[in-house]
Design a protein around this ligand. Structure first.
Ligand code: CMX
Length: 471
């Protein structure tokens, strides 16, 4: 008991130091490790009351402050530029790109624990960071890895639900079906049926979210092996971390592919709250649908070609360029192909963004990985050439707000190089990674007691009348 009190005082002291520090989020912990320090749940339990108070203060002191004007363009334009969501885990700057709890991707690469010195960050470390706002120690990451491994159990009926679909069904359909079947286990649903108090919602949400994050690599790799490897399933390897184990279960055991998967899962996890998958998860969860229901909905949004499916579209498009022109095509041939795509009414996949106005740092870090590990790969060289050719053409169109490449422009060629050549599967990888970001925010949604999401909609007639009146 005394020890427990001591631990709590130490943790509070550390937490106070964390709050007071206004520097970059480097080493903000005392080098004292206690059992509650290693437990993510205990850390959250401490943080939640502080953040609840912070939100209360924000509401009472700033509730009436205006954040901007809503124009008819915004209503007609998919709510672009309209600030309307609270999303704690990450923030997107149009020029600089994503920051996870204040850390840019290069900072995460430098500061989050890695499997080996100088290696790519472990996704478990990112999960810790997203949930707590603190950079974890290696010991904390190892403890979380262990916890995720213990939760990585998938009931047989989940696999049977997937097996009931034709093997040719799109991998995202199979994956989302598996996630829906996992919902049968939801702790949140059980607790809600028993009448759990609102103040405790976050606890079963936490249970579901951690289990879901642990389970999705098993479901995703089952889909891959079922579709492309004659159903020969590879069991999980409890000696490996989250990213490496996922790669291993897919059938890739090279250390480089393990590193790529750690990087891939880390950078695709979260991209603030307004993108289709994150927003869908948050919206559905606002009705108190449990994390499995909410995340399955998010996956269905991710499966659209303007969002997560773009990574599949990019590789298929790149392969069609090579098929038509050969690997050693000239710049002129490449330009012609881009124009042919645009003139046939299609978008150039992997370029453009709803918020970003510069090259996506998720693209840049994948490019750096390629320069280090596969500089001579012909498809990587083609991706580099596209970086020169596509932006001026999209700019010439005159309507594209961001001509620069996004995350999806690069991921396919890296996976393809290491033998994961089945482009139709790529969005499932994106989905596994998204479980980390979306679930982290869902825990905070319930901890902060965020309300049902219900914006107002209007008809064209309403807008016409409103504009006439205000003219
Ligand atoms: N190729 C061709 N045209 C493009 C384009 C591209 N890569 N990007 C934008 N445009 C077009 C839009 O289709 C739109 O045309 P219309 O006015 O005729 O409808 C016009 O330019 C203006 O669009 P925008 O404001 O610049 O971009 P949006 O916010 O409307 O759309 C996005 C953003 C991502 C859907 C769009 O850039 C696109 O379709 N890109 C290709 C698909 C892609 O890579 N998606 C993945 C994004 C990242 C992710 O979510 O994973």
């Amino acid at each position: 008991m005394v020890l427990h009190k001591g631990v709590s005082v130490l943790s509070k002291l550390r937490s106070r130091l964390f709050q007071q520090s206004n520097l970059d989020k480097s080493v903000r912990w005392l080098q004292i490790q206690t059992s509650s320090d290693l437990d993510l749940h205990s850390q959250l339990k401490e943080l939640i009351p502080e953040q609840q108070d912070r939100l209360k203060k924000l509401k009472s002191e700033c509730g009436k402050v205006q954040l901007g004007n809503i124009t008819v363009d915004m209503v007609l334009g998919g709510m672009r530029g309209m600030t309307g969501l609270l999303w704690e885990t990450s923030l997107l700057d149009p020029e600089e790109g994503i920051r996870f709890r204040g850390l840019s991707i290069p900072e995460c690469q430098k500061m989050l624990p890695a499997a080996k010195p100088g290696g790519e960050p472990l996704p478990e470390g990112l999960l810790w960071l997203l949930l707590t706002g603190k950079v974890p120690t290696k010991e904390q990451v190892d403890a979380l890895s262990k916890e995720l491994r213990s939760r990585a159990v998938v009931p047989d009926y989940v696999y049977k639900a997937i097996d009931s679909l034709p093997v040719s069904a799109h991998p995202m359909t199979q994956f989302a079906t598996g996630v829906m079947a996992l919902q049968v286990q939801s702790e949140f649903q059980k607790a809600y049926e028993k009448g759990i108090a609102k103040s405790k919602y976050w606890e079963p949400t936490y249970e579901d979210c951690l289990s879901l994050i642990a389970q999705v690599p098993l479901v995703a790799s089952y889909v891959y092996r079922r579709m492309f490897k004659n159903g020969e399933v590879i069991p999980k390897d409890d000696s490996l971390d989250y990213g490496a184990n996922f790669a291993q279960m897919l059938g890739f055991d090279s250390p480089e592919m393990h590193e790529l998967m750690r990087l891939y899962v880390t950078i695709h996890s979260d991209h603030e709250g307004g993108n289709v998958s994150a927003h869908t998860g948050h919206l559905v969860a606002s009705a108190l649908s449990d994390p499995y229901l909410s995340f399955a909905a998010a996956l269905n949004g991710l499966a659209g070609p303007l969002h997560g499916l773009a990574n599949q579209e990019v590789l298929l498009w790149i392969k069609s360029v090579v098929e038509e022109n050969g690997e050693n095509m000239t710049t002129e041939q490449l330009k012609d192909y881009v124009w042919k795509t645009l003139n046939s009414g299609k978008v150039v996949p992997g370029f453009g963004h709803g918020v970003l106005r510069n090259t996506d740092p998720r693209y840049t870090c994948q490019r750096e990985f390629a320069l280090k590990h596969l500089p001579d790969d012909p498809l990587f060289q083609l991706v580099s050439k596209l970086y020169e050719v596509v932006p001026p053409i999209l700019t010439e169109l005159g309507k594209v707000k961001n001509p620069w490449p996004n995350v999806d422009a690069h991921s396919g060629v890296l996976l393809n190089y290491y033998g994961l050549t089945e482009a139709r599967y790529y969005t499932v990888l994106f989905g596994v990674s998204r479980s980390i970001g979306i679930c982290s925010q869902l825990i905070w949604d319930r901890a902060l007691g965020l309300p049902l999401e219900r914006p107002k909609s209007v008809t064209m007639e309403w807008l016409e009348k409103f504009c006439k009146k205000s003219a």
